[in-house]
Design a protein around this ligand. Sequence first.
Ligand code: FNR
Length: 352
Amino acid sequence: MPETLAGYEPAAAAVLPAAVRDFVAGGSGAELTLHRNRAALDAITVTPRILGAVDQPKTTTKLLRTPCALPLAVAPMAYQKLLHPEGELLLAAAAAAAGVPYVISTLSSTPLEKIAAAAPSWFQLYWLRDRNLVGALIDRATEAGCHALMVTVDVPIMGQRLRDVRNGFALPPEVIAANLVDKYTEAHKTPGTGSAIAAHTALAFDPAFSWRDLEWIRRRTDLPLVLKGILDPRDALTALDAGADGLVVSNHGGRQFDGAPAAIDALSSVIDAVGNEMTVLLDSGIRSGADIVKALARGAHGVLVGRPLLWALALGVPADALTTLGRELRDAMLLAGCADLTAVADLITGRD
Ligand code: FNR
């Protein structure tokens, strides 16, 4: 078993088909933003405190009213049956065991109701051309007991993932977008030229998503509302005005605009704008407990973890990966002299 969270990637890469590995690992364009996420996190320093008599660091918190044993949630990620036959249900069970929320993707390959029954969940929403379908998804997520609605705002179109284009990537017959059986479903399956996933997105997603549409969503649900994919503090302020409760500062793990800043570099200005009034989460490149300490020391209230958990799912052991990450976080807190997450938020950060 890998001894670090980051170690699951090479272990899984050895067992996965190349096209699936590329679909998970890849970014858009020349993958500049993908690499920038890691380079920026690596460059951050955190200055430890000493002699604080810390024995058992306390990692518990609340994110969007959901109690969390660790300051994180499992990022929404599509089509998890590509990685393991049990797909979403295995990763959601691991999240439940670890005491962290699982974010169900609009594009989950298991119906959202089944996942929500397996773990405390939030639901991630994409803005689709079919407004009735969007409304139905919000209603289904609410009825299934999801605790928050996370609206992804950085996918008007899919960033061009060249690895998928070159692989002619299409979903195998047994993997479907289980929540969206609609007239576009077949597009996923048709290996033509390029990526069938991108072809499906182009048909089903509405690129003209606007703040007015967001108001419609806000009126439609009482669930805590989170916008995922914010990088500019002006958008953060507009989101606050529009009644959003939280944000995910994110560049979609380097999969959307190739040229966007590292998410961790965009965090401070968003925190300065809205950090006292909204729950601000960060994703894109989190690979260790020390990375979580860096994000929280820079003002995030929690993080989303993406690809490392898919690599662990591919190996059938996502619960082990979350246990490893929890241990890494507690070790990092001990080494930095932090008894709890408030002390982490108070650490001084710098840059190489
Ligand atoms: C994603 N991501 C994503 N985001 C979203 O809002 N809805 C989705 O369906 C998906 N699907 C998806 C599939 C795969 C294979 C990946 C790798 C990512 C983006 C995801 O939620 C998150 O923003 C990034 O993965 C975070 O970066 P790291 O932790 O993977 O570096």
